[in-house]
Design a protein around this ligand. Structure first.
Ligand code: NAD
Ligand code: LMR
Length: 338
């Protein structure tokens, strides 16, 4: 959305002129897991983002090829690839935003929680490095299970004495992207105009789209709303099954990750009223982490917004998701504090 508007709107040339005269701040973005299924298209989209001045691409495999390839694109940012553990510190140094799509994806029949054993360790190691080399960066956590990896990151940062809840985000934008697409198709409204908050977490029933607040308004039946909710909750599984053992969503996730990172950069740059849904430390419910709409600003989270009015169906969904979400959060905390 924002990338498109910056590159195609009539004001695009004015903005570009601004970069040359340093009106647009220098911003370093680091992608950890940059050569993966998400990492590659996400790095490409970040290379297209004019708010980025330095793009650091880190992976434990195949980084040089991806970095060389992306570096030939004639856009603002300078691209540097970092290929080994020994180079992780340099990849992170000075980063304003760190995006983490490092880790294994699901195969058919698996839940996101089945990835915990491998991905928890990967995320822990990467977060220890973030605490050491760029403790002030905004961290965009994509690696699953997000409901646990975000609490893991928080505990690692706490241990290092660098935790700032305003700077840690679970990326749930793909749930919003899906909810918008599915709603537009059912409600027969232009997809570009659709807004739907998605709250809770990022796995199965913990994903709670609030279609009662969707705009433009449409007169959908209870059956249609139930089907839309279920399709949004199962969107990831729909892709996992369609890919039949070759991984999970990568292209739509790269798009969603680029939207969210762009929102973080806009917030850092002082653009007002930047609002996206994200899984953050929260007091919106009794759970310590919860996804809801968040206002982004110069320090990361400016304000965690409330849920707004819920339908009875959504109220029921909210109560149902709490035990599962809490148990995933506690699992992450336990892993990181052991
Ligand atoms: P992938 O296997 O294609 O890519 C993962 C990359 O991570 C690989 O290139 C691998 O070398 C790299 N990697 C592994 N350990 C690393 C480490 N210690 N440091 C740096 N890089 C490391 O997987 P993918 O399809 O890109 O998915 C990545 C993760 O994103 C999975 O956990 C997946 O479940 C998750 N995901 C989340 C969402 C979401 O909405 N939040 C959506 C889709 C996928
Ligand atoms: C998604 O929602 O597509 C991701 O969380 C990947 C998955 O495993 O479903």
């Amino acid at each position: 959305r924002s990338i498109k508007s910056l590159t195609t709107s009539p004001s695009a040339h004015i903005l570009r002129r601004g970069y040359a005269s340093e009106a647009v701040p220098l911003r370093k973005v680091t992608v950890l897991g940059a050569a993966g299924g998400i990492g590659q298209p996400l790095s490409l989209l970040m290379k297209l983002n004019p708010l980025v001045s330095n793009l650091a691409l880190y992976d434990i495999a195949n980084t040089p090829g991806v970095a060389a390839d992306i570096s030939h694109i004639n856009t603002r940012s300078e691209v540097v690839g970092y290929a080994s553990d020994a180079e992780l510190g340099k990849a992170l140094e000075g980063a304003d935003v760190v995006i983490i799509p490092a880790g294994v994806p699901r195969k058919p029949g698996m839940t996101r929680d089945d990835l915990f054993n491998i991905n928890a360790g990967i995320v822990k190691g990467l977060c220890e490095a973030i605490a050491k080399h760029c403790p002030k960066a905004l961290v965009n956590m994509i690696s699953n299970p997000v409901n646990s990896t975000v609490p893991i990151a928080a505990e690692i940062f706490k241990k290092a004495g660098t935790y700032d809840p305003k700077r840690l985000f679970g990326v749930t934008t793909l749930d919003v992207v899906r909810a918008k697409t599915f709603y537009a198709g059912k409600a027969m409204v232009p997809v570009a105009e659709v807004n739907v908050p998605v709250v809770g977490g990022h796995a199965g029933i913990t994903i709670l789209p609030l279609f009662s607040q969707a705009t433009p308004k449409a007169n959908l039946s209870d059956e249609e709303l139930t089907a839309l909710t279920k399709r949004t909750q199962d969107g990831g599984t729909e892709v996992v099954e369609a890919k039949a053992g070759k991984g999970s969503a990568t292209l739509s996730m790269a798009y969603a990750g680029a939207i969210f990172a762009d929102a973080c950069l806009k917030g850092l740059n002082g653009v007002p009223d930047v609002i996206e849904c994200s899984f953050v430390q929260s007091t919106v419910t009794e759970l310590p982490f919860f996804a809801s709409r968040v206002r982004l600003g110069k320090n990361g989270v400016e304000e965690v917004l409330g849920l707004g009015p819920l339908s009875d169906y959504e109220k029921e969904g909210l109560e149902k998701l709490k035990p599962e979400l809490l148990s995933s959060i506690e699992k992450g905390i336990k892993f990181a504090t052991q």
